[in-house]
Ligand binder design. Sequence first.
Ligand SMILES: Cc1ncc(C[n+]2csc(CCOP(=O)(O)OP(=O)(O)O)c2C)c(N)n1
Ligand code: SF4
Ligand SMILES: [Mg+2]
Length: 299
Amino acid sequence: MADSSARAVTTPTGSPLPLIGKSDTKPTWCPGCGDFGVVAAIEMAVKRLQIPSHNVVIVSGIGCSSNLPHFLSSYGFHGLHGRSIPVAEGVRWANHGLTVIGTGGDGDGFGIGAGHFVHAMRRNVDLTYVTMDNQIYGLTTGQASPTSAMGQKTKSTPTGVIEHPIEPISLALASGATYVARGFSGDVKQLTDLVAAGIQHRGFSFVDVYSPCVTYNKINTFDFFRQRVYKLESAGHDPTNLGAAFERSLEWGDKIPIGLFYKTDRPTYEDLDEVLAAGPLVLQPAGMKGRTDVLDEFV
Ligand SMILES: Cc1ncc(C[n+]2csc(CCOP(=O)(O)OP(=O)(O)O)c2C)c(N)n1
Ligand code: SF4
Ligand SMILES: [Mg+2]
C-alpha cells in the first residue's frame, strides 16, 4: 500500500484532505448489476483506511466492470481491454507512494489480460486487484468468458462451452500472489473487509468477486451464489496454509468458499528493485543513476 507519509489525512496546516466518495458521474450499469456492490465496497474500504483521495488511483481495462473508476472521486485511468494491470504497475513504479487499485472483469483479467495478471503476481507488485467475475462478457452482450462453466450456453457458445474454465484463485495461488481472497457482491460487508485488508497488505493482493451480470448470465445469479457460498473464516480455514488454500479453491458446486484463502509475506518488487527501493521515482532527481555500467556496455 501507500507509504505512510502519503496517508496523512490533514495538510501541514491541519485542514482535512478530502476522502474518496462518489463522483458526479452516475453508474451506467444495468439496475441490479453486481458491480454496484463492488464499487460500494471499494469506496468504503478506502474511506475506512482514511487514505486521501488524491493518493488513490483506480485503474481499469475495458468492460462493464471497467467503467468503475468513473464513479469514484479518486484519480482514475480507464485503459484498454486486458491492460488494467500493466497500467497499474506503471503508476506504482512512477510513484509508489500512491495506493493503486486495479479493477476489471473476468474477460479483461483472465482472458486477454491473463499474462499480465500472472506476471504481476510473480513480481509481487504492491497493488490491489479487484475483479468483477460474472462468468460472462457483459459489455459485448453475453459471450462466454474464461470463467464460464463448461456446457454453459452463451451468445458465442450456442451449444455450450467446450473449454475448461480458469479458476482465478488457484491461478493466483500458483502464480505467487501474497494475498488471495474471494468476495461476493451480495455480501458488501465482507467484501469491504477483504478489500481493506488487501490494500493494507504489502504485496500483490487479489480479490476475485462473484459479481452477477443480471442481464446476460441467467445461471450464475445472486440466488445461485446466495444458496452456495460459505465463509472460510467460519469453516476453520488456515490462510497461512498454501495447500489447504489450493484445496478450497477447487471447491465448486453445492458449496463455494468466499473469504481469505491465503496470505503470506514476501519482499515486493518495489523493495527489491534498486532504483525503486531508493524511494518513489517522482521524488528522485531526473537522470540516469545506478546501473550506467550496463548501458556503457551497449553504447
Ligand atoms: C483488444 C480488444 N479486444 C476485444 C474488445 C471487445 N471487448 C470489450 S469488453 C470485452 C469483454 C468484457 O468482458 P469482461 O472483461 O468480463 O467485463 P464485463 O463486461 O463482463 O464486466 C470485449 C471482448 C476490446 N474492446 N478490445
Ligand atoms: S450487462 Fe451485465 S455486467 Fe454489464 S452492466 Fe448490465 S448487468 Fe452489469
Ligand atoms: Mg465479465
